[in-house]
Design a protein around this ligand. Structure first.
Ligand code: FES
Ligand code: FE2
Length: 395
């Protein structure tokens, strides 16, 4: 059942989805303080593997050192060039490609400066890269620009996500990145309602579940939808066999969790797809998606492998669903960008998770933007509160 008895207001104005000035404030007060799913551990196959990307304008480099993935702002302390523009690869040292400054792989402090005497009286280790907090949860890598954001693993645990089973490194089946010309909230809000199912997904989902089959849960920074999983009898039987073989609980249900602001997880008993909507600008988003088969540590390798195979089959369906949504969303964005609108918009009871999310955004946008200190400050290479190695050990 839905929580609200009546329809609800659309709280965000159209400019929230189109205005570059809104986006700049949002970046500071909504995006920078939060965790974001940015990679999978499978993208770091060995010591020295690295990945670079922009996180709402901040160039980031993630690099595996030993069994730990560490993050830094991808900006050199010498003349502020990016260390590298290569999107992914392997490097034996954390080194800037312009003049060759090298940095400590753990602390980010300068380690080697070519022709160091010409920088007198600069001493070794005085300058360094800016650290970025990284946490590895199962097969997913999260990053935040905040020093204060609470531990991501605990947040996942608190909302009942069985990381070891649902998003394990072993269960990771694939990942993909898609750029599209839509504000990130348009894309997120689309995942928070099943009202569009019959129009947008006539070939996949076909029909939205009846209200009696649905439930919504609203928490301070999370919302959850629960509904029925696949109801095709042979699929239920197959999943029952696979799950009992691997000792994974069989609920027959579907759960969609939104971890505010940018990350969603859609789970069935055997399969999880994670969609991370990473804003690039007011009207452009990078979708980083990854998908997993459920795994049970201690179950026989054969059963875990069979569930992964079934997960690969299911991924075809889910990628089709995502494509159906992405085909529709630019049309939504274009309507929002119109200079005038027939009213302020309206949210149905079935779409009530959207209003909850919009209120959360507004609460943060209304923080005092005139304060001299930014809400978020990046840790320097010497900051003692940067994530401890134990927090992002590959598992
Ligand atoms: S800008 Fe990086 S070494 Fe000069
Ligand atoms: Fe959809």
């Amino acid at each position: 059942m839905f929580l609200s008895d009546t329809h609800l207001p659309q709280l965000l104005p159209p400019s929230a989805y189109t205005d570059p000035t809104w986006y700049i404030t949002e970046r500071e007060h909504v995006l920078a303080p939060a965790w974001h799913a940015v990679a999978t551990t499978s993208q770091f196959p060995r010591d020295g593997s690295f990945l670079t990307f922009d996180l709402f304008g901040y160039p980031i480099v993630l690099r595996r050192h030993g069994s730990v993935i560490r993050g830094f702002l991808n900006v050199c302390a010498h003349r502020l060039a990016k260390l590298t523009s290569q999107p992914t690869g392997y490097c034996s040292a954390l080194r800037c490609g312009y003049h060759g400054w090298e940095y400590d792989e753990v602390s980010g402090a300068t380690k080697k400066i070519p022709d160091a005497p010409s920088f007198k009286p600069l001493e070794k280790g005085m300058l360094g890269l800016t650290s970025v907090r990284v946490e590895t949860c199962g097969g997913l890598v999260f990053a935040t620009l905040s020093e204060d954001a609470p531990c991501m693993a605990q947040s996942l645990l608190a909302c009942g996500i069985d990381v070891a089973c649902k998003i394990s490194s072993m269960g990771c089946l694939g990942m993909r990145e898609i750029y599209f010309p839509v504000n990130w909230k348009v894309a997120i809000e689309n995942t928070l309602e099943s009202y569009h199912v019959e129009e947008v997904h006539p070939r996949t989902f076909k029909r939205a579940p009846a209200e009696e089959q649905c439930s919504h849960e609203l928490f301070p920074s999370v919302s959850v939808f629960r509904g029925p999983g696949d109801t095709v009898p042979w699929i239920q039987r197959l999943e029952g066999v696979l799950l009992s073989g691997a000792a994974v609980p069989h609920t027959g249900g579907y759960r969609h969790t939104h971890l505010y602001p940018t990350c969603t997880l859609a789970e069935t008993d055997t399969f999880t797809i994670v969609l991370s909507f990473l804003p690039e600008s007011a009207d452009r988003t990078r979708l980083f998606m990854s998908w997993f088969g459920s795994q049970r540590a201690g179950a026989s390798a054969v059963w875990n492998s069979l569930i992964r195979s079934w997960g690969r089959v299911q991924s075809g369906f889910w990628l089709k669903v995502v494509n159906e949504d992405l085909s529709m969303l630019p049309t939504v964005q274009q309507g929002l960008a119109s200079p005038s609108h027939p009213g302020t918009g309206l949210i149905s009871r079935r779409e009530e998770r959207i209003t909850h999310f919009q209120r959360w955004i507004l609460d943060r946008m209304h923080t005092d933007t005139t304060a001299t200190q930014p809400a978020t400050t990046l840790a320097t290479h010497s900051c003692p509160s940067a994530a401890s190695p134990m927090e992002n050990v590959l598992t």
